[in-house]
Ligand binder design. Sequence first.
Ligand SMILES: O=C(O)C(=O)C[C@H](O)C(=O)CO
Ligand SMILES: [Zn+2]
Length: 278
Amino acid sequence: MTKSEFRYAHHPEDVKKYTTEDLRREFLINDLFNEDQINVVYSMYDRMIVGGAMPVKSALKLEPTDDLKAENFLDRRELGIINVGAAGKVTVDGEVFELGNKEALYIGKGAKDVVFENGNEGQTLFYFNSAPAHHTFPTKKITKNEAEIVELGEAKYANRRTINKLIVNSVLETCQLQMGMTELHEGSVWNTMPSHTHTRRMEAYFYFDLEEGQAVSHFLGQPNETRHIFMKNNEAVLSPEWSIHSGVGTSNYTFIWGMAGENMDYGDMDAVKTNELK
Ligand SMILES: O=C(O)C(=O)C[C@H](O)C(=O)CO
Ligand SMILES: [Zn+2]
């Protein structure tokens, strides 16, 4: 079964007036994993789809939602999946890809049958992002060994982190989707500081591996007009092109970032000086 939700894009002047409840309704995605269900949010930010699949008793087929008006989910889209649970498998038009924890799969436009299945080692959880695509690039599994790795931050600023660029154009070709995973080192709690915007691309963050009872305060908004959303484990948040996307946790965590838009230049960011944030 697939459950789908639609989200509009927003003007930053409107978002200034949003209450906590408004911000959470519009940007937070807090219901990604339900037993034997696929949940998707179709966002008007670069038509990015954010989703989660939790196969328990049965295999789950990725079905097109009404918003797609297509025969198959990937008729005009590409898909990036990262397994944030125990080992599981994804079958793409009959080809089986075993995905361990923190392993990724890119699926090119035109694949017809995408099926998610649990493994035998515990509960698998597939987090995914999908963006419109105009060309078919090969479907490929990507492990951390194949990722482009960047070490960032400093312990004295509590932001030491390893950026695993998994689905980026230095690793494989995609139309516009980029995805990766940033692991905070023990004792570090701040991500994406100094923060940035990139009007050329939207972004979605998905926080996981956060201890029970802990939270991440995610910051969004224009650099001179920021807001925050408190987030729990396994929740995602949409970041408009004009918004910063940074967070601080009450403990250590990992997060997945996914982007779509005008370019695929990871380094194309408009940095914001930390002491100029408002
Ligand atoms: O920790 C970080 O810094 C990030 O992971 C940054 C994201 O990858 C990002 O915002 C890319 O635009
Ligand atoms: Zn960014």
